[in-house]
Design a binder for this molecule. Sequence first.
Ligand SMILES: O=C(O)CCC(=O)C(=O)O
Length: 299
Amino acid sequence: MLPYWKTGIFGDGEGQAHVILTARAACGLFSCLTTMAIEHPDFTINDIDAAGFKAAYERYGSVVLRDVFDPARLAPVLERAREAYFVRDWQYRRGQLPDRLYHGMYEFGHVSALDLDVPDGEKLSILNLVTDSAIWPLYQGLFGPRVAFILGNSLPRRLGVEGAAPTPFHQDAAFMGDPALVMNSWISLVPCGQTAPGLEVVLDPTREFITPPELKSGRASTYKQLELPESYITSRFGEQCLWAPRLNVGDVLFFSHLTIHRTYQKPEMDQQRISLEIRCVSGDAVDALKGQYQFLVRE
Ligand SMILES: O=C(O)CCC(=O)C(=O)O
């Protein structure tokens, strides 16, 4: 049997994250425990607690948690998503796609979250991926017992083959505002980052909104308005801060409305990616934001 490695992250209550790396040879000849700096906030779900999750987010601005879901749980979601996109493409080709759906679908790659529900089944079932999973206690540690889903911003996205254009570097605050911490559980339904487009984040603890050069007032509604130029990002943060993790089905990437990110797409990628973005705020922030968004609060 081969040695195995186990990593864990634990908060120390002061916003610092430490990784405990244990190496243990199966033959039992040695075991060691050492604390070391981490390069990327990349953890297995069983090796992180709520304090560690918060600490990692605060230090890096994004976190990858591996094996959050059994891929078998996501397979039917992918199937329903593919069917939903197929139906909308078919409507479009026949000139029957409702006008109000065109931009969302072909500019940004979205269908509605409701399109992924089983007919006559529970509505907005993709939200259960957050409530009925190991994500929930992490979120309750971050937000408190009441967590609110932002309904209009919790939905699937299709990129790559037949999908929408890649997003440029941006902060979601450019189109959502900066009302309170908005955390995105970004769940790819296919392996991504190698043959299908992934996501690239800037690993940086800065929590400021950077006004994009083309955003003259109000909120961005186009990629041009929200774009932060690549030259600005690399000169301010450095290439070493860019991270485009490869994700397997079941892994989740978390980032906030202030995390700078973009689609990671390369010309050689020949697979389509369908992913879910599910955005939450603290239930306590809802009153101040009513009128701007529609929420579903769960506790
Ligand atoms: O899924 C992508 O490639 C882009 C996602 C994104 O930019 C976002 O969720 O704000």
